[in-house]
Design a protein around this ligand. Structure first.
Ligand SMILES: Nc1nc2c(ncn2[C@@H]2O[C@H](COP(=O)(O)OP(=O)(O)OP(=O)(O)O)[C@@H](O)[C@H]2O)c(=O)[nH]1
Ligand SMILES: [Mg+2]
Length: 296
């Protein structure tokens, strides 16, 4: 890689469910961040490093901005503030099909105080008719922020966005190993990929009260499998039975789905064993939050 490439860091900020993680994965071309149809899927900063012959850009996916009161929600907001203090660029990812609300007002005022450039990414453009789109754009009339319409799940549109941001970043010296696509560890990635099917299969509050801890991550040369053992923590005894399901079927389905995702990431067979334990009301308990990695 030459010494003069476009370098910089970009934060993807926005409300829960706006499509930030979808965008990150398409920017990098790897499944780094988990996605679900439910709000508040992402809980921590998730980095994705884009690299090509003339650019090296770190994109930070962030938890959706929310008004939750428990310690986990507070930690999530600290993650957002932390990244806003360090990046060179901010993308405000906005679900264009959603009605304007107080959190959007908050984001508008908060991002207005940024000294680095802000771009407004109007996502889910496939879901909004022309007239309400114009009304939404009108809100930004007095701002110089570029408005970019996109469908974060369409690779060609994300490619165009990448091209545009690349040209805005200064030339500098690459900082990352040319093979690296995230700062996260394989253990952290596996924990997230185990949490993802929980959001898919479980209802109501239960998936929000799940934390995953990988206890064993034993690498081995292929064709031997990577051995992963993990504990799923739930907040209440009654959630334990629901997560496991009748004859263990629910946990089995979650494990099967997670194993497929991890095998895809590692490009290797995986032996995955899951246990379920109760960590009573862990989202309100600083000791558990620290244990699960939800601390600054
Ligand atoms: N129709 C449509 N759906 C999209 C688009 N982008 C993302 N989605 C869907 O929106 C939902 C939320 O996407 P995520 O990427 O998880 O959203 P997020 O902003 O990371 O959400 P949090 O992690 O909760 O803050 C998922 O069901 C995505 O498939 C889009 O351009 N069009
Ligand atoms: Mg997300």
């Amino acid at each position: 890689m030459p010494n003069n490439v476009h370098v910089g860091s970009v934060a993807l900020i926005g409300k829960p469910n706006a499509g930030k993680s979808t965008l990150l994965n398409h920017l990098i071309g790897e499944k780094i961040s988990i996605i679900s149809a439910r709000p508040q899927t992402t809980r921590t900063l998730i980095s994705g490093i884009y690299q090509d012959a003339n650019a090296q850009i770190v994109f930070y996916d962030t938890p959706g901005v929310n008004l939750g009161k428990n310690l986990l929600s507070q930690f999530m907001m600290q993650e957002v503030e932390k990244v806003l203090k360090t990046v060179d660029f901010v993308f405000w990812i906005l679900d264009a099909s959603e009605s304007w609300d107080p959190i959007m007002d908050y984001l508008f005022f908060r991002l207005n105080t940024m000294t680095v450039p802000v771009w407004v990414i109007l996502n889910k453009i496939d879901l909004i008719p022309e007239q309400p789109l114009q009304v939404l754009k009108h809100r930004f009339l007095k701002k110089t922020w570029p408005l970019i319409e996109i469908q974060a799940n369409q690779p060609d549109q994300v490619e165009r966005l990448l091209h545009r941001i690349k040209s805005q970043l200064p030339l500098g010296i690459p900082q990352w190993d040319s093979q690296l696509f995230t700062e996260m560890t394989l253990k952290q990635l596996a924990e997230e990929l185990i949490r993802e099917p929980c959001l898919m299969y479980l209802r109501d509050e239960i998936p929000y009260g799940i934390a995953v801890q990988v206890e064993t991550f034993k690498e081995a040369p292929p064709p031997s499998p990577v051995i992963i053992e993990a504990i799923l923590y739930v907040e209440k005894e009654s959630h334990r039975g629901i997560l496991i399901g009748a004859q263990g079927q629910q946990l089995k389905s979650i494990g099967a789905q997670a194993r497929i995702s991890i095998e895809k990431l590692l490009n290797q067979k995986v032996f995955l064993k899951l246990w379920v334990k109760v960590a009573r009301n862990w989202r309100k308990n600083p000791v558990f939050l620290k244990k699960f990695g939800y601390h600054s």
